[in-house]
Design a protein around this ligand. Structure first.
Ligand code: ATP
Ligand code: MG
Length: 253
């Protein structure tokens, strides 16, 4: 069995105190294997972004265990957490989140500065990444000089530039028209075929159908988990049903 890249065990997230308390995530347990392509679906307010922010180490759970690529995250300090995040995770957001004053190339370079790459290597990596996403001609453009789909390509290049082991996307096609959305989807499929592990949130059933696995969330709980396509790396043997059984046994022990 390949080691899972994500292992969430009994993750709870609550806001507020006492009678005012609201439970946003309720004992969420799931694993994601290396090389998987997981779509998270569910109604608005069901906790999808909260779960994604937990997976992305942007937010800490109230309780539960989260092991990312073999690292038990609950033991990390804030700065260690930021270090792991910069090294292992690439983010793509619905609104692209590019810096308007920087060129496409500079936007892609930015996380590489935090990751500690030297100037020449940074430039080279950023340029190569933009080229591989069909943006080689537009490296000097500012975001306002690019279409929505092109901006999302820059954002994807930025997410991938540091070779993260995990790519997280919160409604990456939400702000795009359907044709551009399809292009971004095809890009994600290609990235996954090249070995990137992807977890994305989507409201688009067409995108969910193209993921390898679909996890449905409702009221802070996983209510369905189905596989559309095999993982393709021989890792199927260990299923999430096995993991949940184990997590329950650990909980009872
Ligand atoms: N800081 C906070 N304080 C209190 N409640 C919060 C906070 N952040 C999120 N929530 C609540 O948590 C619930 C889940 O929010 P979340 O953003 O995870 O939903 P979502 O599934 O991503 O929805 P959408 O599809 O609309 O993006 C919502 O009811 C939201 O109001
Ligand atoms: Mg959301």
């Amino acid at each position: 069995m390949t080691k899972p890249i994500i292992e969430l065990t009994d993750i709870c997230k609550t806001y507020g105190q006492g009678a005012e308390q609201i439970r946003i995530l309720k004992n969420v347990s799931m694993t994601v294997a290396q090389g998987d392509f997981v779509a998270i679906v569910g109604p608005s307010g069901s906790g999808k972004s909260t779960l994604m922010n937990t997976i992305g180490l942007l937010d800490s759970p109230t309780s539960g265990m989260y092991t990312l690529d073999g690292t038990a995250t609950e033991k990390l300090s804030d700065s260690q957490m930021a270090g792991v995040r910069n090294k292992k995770i690439g983010f793509i957001f619905q609104q692209f989140n590019l810096l308007p004053r920087l060129t496409a190339l500079e936007n892609v370079e930015l996380p590489l500065i935090y990751a500690g790459f030297g100037k020449a290597e940074r430039r080279e990596r950023a340029r190569r990444m933009l080229e591989s996403l069909g943006m080689g001609e537009r490296t000097g453009h500012k975001p306002s000089q690019l279409s929505g789909g092109q901006q999302q390509r820059v954002a994807i290049a930025r997410a991938l530039a540091g070779s993260p082991s995990l790519l997280l996307a919160d409604e990456p096609t939400g702000a795009l028209d359907s044709r551009t959305g399809t292009e971004v989807l095809e890009l994600m499929i290609e990235l996954n075929e090249r070995g990137n592990t992807i977890v994305l949130i989507t409201h688009d059933l067409h995108i969910a159908d193209n993921a390898k696995r679909v996890v449905s969330i409702r009221d802070g709980e996983i209510v369905d988990d189905k596989r559309n396509r095999p993982l393709g790396n021989g890792a199927e043997a260990y299923s999430d049903a096995d993991f949940r059984t184990e997590a329950r046994q650990v909980g009872q022990a």
